[in-house]
Design a protein around this ligand. Structure first.
Ligand code: ZN
Length: 276
């Protein structure tokens, strides 16, 4: 049986506030006649040179670096030999250099989606004073391989690394976004920082009206040990799977500029929330 504790409220006392202002009586009116001439201040000619001022600026805070990693690339499909090359994928495994990615049923490819969203996020972050590094310069190349993408992020000293993808579930009713992060973590950056990046991004996307995945992970979070880019990351890193390109509603959003802008705005907000 637990004892019932009764807290005692201590009444410290009431502070009586006296009204300030509004005292319209009691103060004698000032005599209207002013017999003394107003004092004039003469500015000496010798003071026309403004004094030298030393402005002590606060130490410049370096712009945070964010690496955006748009999944896949436009020339991957035409170069299977290069993208199927086996590369280190962390945890002692090897994996294909890169993959072609998926597409909507109408043929809008994932690599074009991820590149477009990454450009939009880059522009929004840059406008907020963030220095952005992209893992590929355009949407016409091959790769880079997953280990190279991770190396680009590691070499940049990024405060956050965000890979952008969209999924291709064959179940057309499957929909919603999820965030993959490395688990179990292989280094400190993959621990609390990456988990917090994932949860912050999840919370931000939900607040922006996006639904969490109905078919992967739990509450929009998917801990993974098989994604090379995440395994090899030495910076806080997350992979955003924006949704299912085979779902009609999400495919329509992915294929539409305004829809992509909405994803980009939400991802940007998630990154800024994480950076604080
Ligand atoms: Zn992908």
């Amino acid at each position: 049986m637990s004892a019932v504790r009764r807290s005692v409220l201590a009444v410290i006392g009431l502070v009586t506030l006296t009204a300030c202002g509004g005292q319209s009586s009691g103060t004698p009116a000032t005599t209207a006649t002013r017999t003394t001439a107003p004092t004039t201040t003469t500015v000496s000619a010798t003071t026309t040179t403004p004094p030298t001022t030393t402005t002590v600026a606060p130490p410049a805070k370096p712009a945070p670096v964010v690496v955006l990693d748009p999944g896949h690339n436009g020339a991957n499909a035409a170069n299977p030999g290069e993208i199927n090359r086996q590369v280190p994928a962390g945890r002692g495994r090897v994996k294909a250099c890169n993959t072609t990615g998926t597409a909507t049923n109408a043929g809008y490819p994932e690599h074009a989606f991820t590149w477009d969203v990454a450009e939009r996020v880059r522009d929004q972050l840059t406008a907020q004073g963030v220095r952005v590094v992209l893992t590929r310069p355009d949407d016409n190349g091959i790769g880079p391989c997953v280990d190279r993408r991770a190396a680009i992020a590691n070499e940049s000293g990024a405060a956050a690394v965000v890979s952008i993808h969209a999924d291709g579930s064959t179940n057309p009713s499957a929909h919603g976004f999820h965030l993959a992060y490395s688990a179990p973590p292989l280094n400190e950056a993959q621990g609390e920082p990456s988990t917090r990046l994932a949860t912050t991004m999840r919370d931000t996307l939900v607040a922006k009206g996006f639904a969490t995945s109905t078919y992967i992970g739990s509450s929009g979070l998917s801990p993974r040990d098989d994604l090379g880019g995440l395994n090899l990351s030495e910076r806080p890193a997350v992979l955003v799977e924006c949704g299912n390109m085979r779902n009609a509603t999400e495919a329509a959003a992915f294929s539409d500029q305004a829809g992509r802008q909405s994803y980009a705005t939400a991802i940007t907000a998630g990154i800024l929330a994480y950076l604080g």
